[in-house]
Design a protein around this ligand. Structure first.
Ligand code: ADP
Length: 350
């Protein structure tokens, strides 16, 4: 499969119409690739506004990506699929492992992203500080955040400070049919500080890590609660949620940068040991900086994150490395182009 891409002249970069598709395809076009978007019907009118998208393959639902019609078109156009958050959320890791079209990155690592236990193992092996896990609701004795399994984009998360507040919110989720039992929830110590998303790219070609940006998520409605005075907050019964609406840019204190690179490098090394061949391309360490400047990592994403959409024109960090605007999407396409020129495409796929 990979040797076939190596032989052909024209390569197409393809992705699903969602998440960071615009950035990915703009970057691909800037690096000289053909671009193909696989889009649900209802988003067609949005995506057809952008001239850097050469072709839109319309589907009724995301699952059709696995059908023969899509596969045939992806084959005919010598496409490489760039995975993003929507792909990880809608497809099982078994689905992704069996897609016969080349997918950029290490397919096996997506399972480690979606499985809580594997995720924790990789973060521990990377020697990252992680929030304390609370095994049982009876053990909650400080502020905790309670999460649903899988990449829920913060939906349904709630805060609990004792057994009663846990049960009150868990019952709501049970009644809404969002969980089947309390076992579908896991409890983590709430870390107070600045929630920060650190965006990296690891190049298997030059075996180097690049730190390309940082962002803060803006979430509804937790981020709007501070706009309501305390008296009114107490008078209405609020159930804050963590649903991401957008992202805000963040530039870190320069004194934090050395630590950022060290965490990224440890993560890459641990991934190489635990999930060979390891990290390929974009990833994100997601956590909280506390008042001492210590970073506690609560999550990672082993693929492009939507916070990179901030930097389509490059970030303050990409500007230090590249003389041209280098978004994460473009960085992916750049890696594919260099690998193609050097005959090393097999290093970018599994
Ligand atoms: P998802 O993986 O579903 O997108 P995250 O795990 O990234 O969700 O968390 C969503 C939001 O919850 C984060 O932006 C952050 O504000 C908050 N959060 C998550 N874990 C913690 C934690 N341990 N301490 C403090 N805030 C947290």
């Amino acid at each position: 499969m990979v040797s076939k891409i190596g032989l052909i002249e024209r390569t197409t970069i393809a992705t699903l119409g969602s998440h960071s598709a615009l950035q990915i395809l703009k970057g691909a076009k800037d690096e000289g690739f053909n671009t193909l978007l696989i889009s649900e019907k209802n988003r067609h009118s949005l995506y057809k506004r952008f001239s850097f998208i050469d072709e839109i393959l319309t589907i009724s639902r995301y699952s059709e990506l696995l059908d023969n019609r899509c596969k045939q078109r992806l084959d005919d156009t010598n496409s490489i699929i760039i995975p993003h958050g929507t792909m990880i959320a809608y497809f099982t890791h078994q689905d992704i492992e069996h897609v016969s079209v080349p997918i950029f990155g290490n397919r096996k690592i997506f399972q480690w992203e979606s499985d809580r236990n594997l995720k924790q193992r990789l973060m521990s092996a990377s020697l990252l500080t992680t929030p304390k896990l609370v095994e049982h609701k009876n053990d909650i004795d400080k502020l905790c955040i309670v999460k649903l399994h899988g990449a829920a984009g913060g939906r349904g998360y709630f805060l609990a400070w004792n057994k009663e507040s846990f049960e009150e919110n868990a019952t709501l989720l049970l009644n809404q049919g969002r969980i089947r039992s309390e076992d579908d929830l896991f409890i983590q110590e709430y870390v107070i500080g600045v929630p920060t998303y650190l965006q990296f790219f690891y190049s298997p070609l030059n075996r180097q890590i690049e730190f390309l940006g940082a962002d803060i998520r803006y979430e509804s409605d937790i981020d709007s609660i501070g706009r309501i005075p305390a008296r009114q907050q107490l008078s209405v019964s609020l159930q804050p949620s963590y649903n991401v609406i957008g992202n805000l840019p963040l530039v870190l204190r320069e004194s934090l940068l050395e630590g950022v690179y060290e965490m990224g490098e440890r993560f890459v090394k641990a991934a190489e040991n635990l999930v060979p061949p390891g990290m390929i391309g974009p990833f994100c360490l997601e956590g909280v900086y506390d008042k001492e400047g210590i970073f506690t990592t609560f999550e990672f994403s082993a693929r492009i994150v939507a916070g990179t959409n901030l930097y389509i024109n490059g970030s303050p960090y990409s500007e230090l490395i590249y003389d041209k605007p280098m978004s994460m999407g473009r960085r992916i396409a750049h890696e594919i182009r260099i690998a193609k020129e050097k005959g090393l495409l097999n290093q970018l796929f599994t």
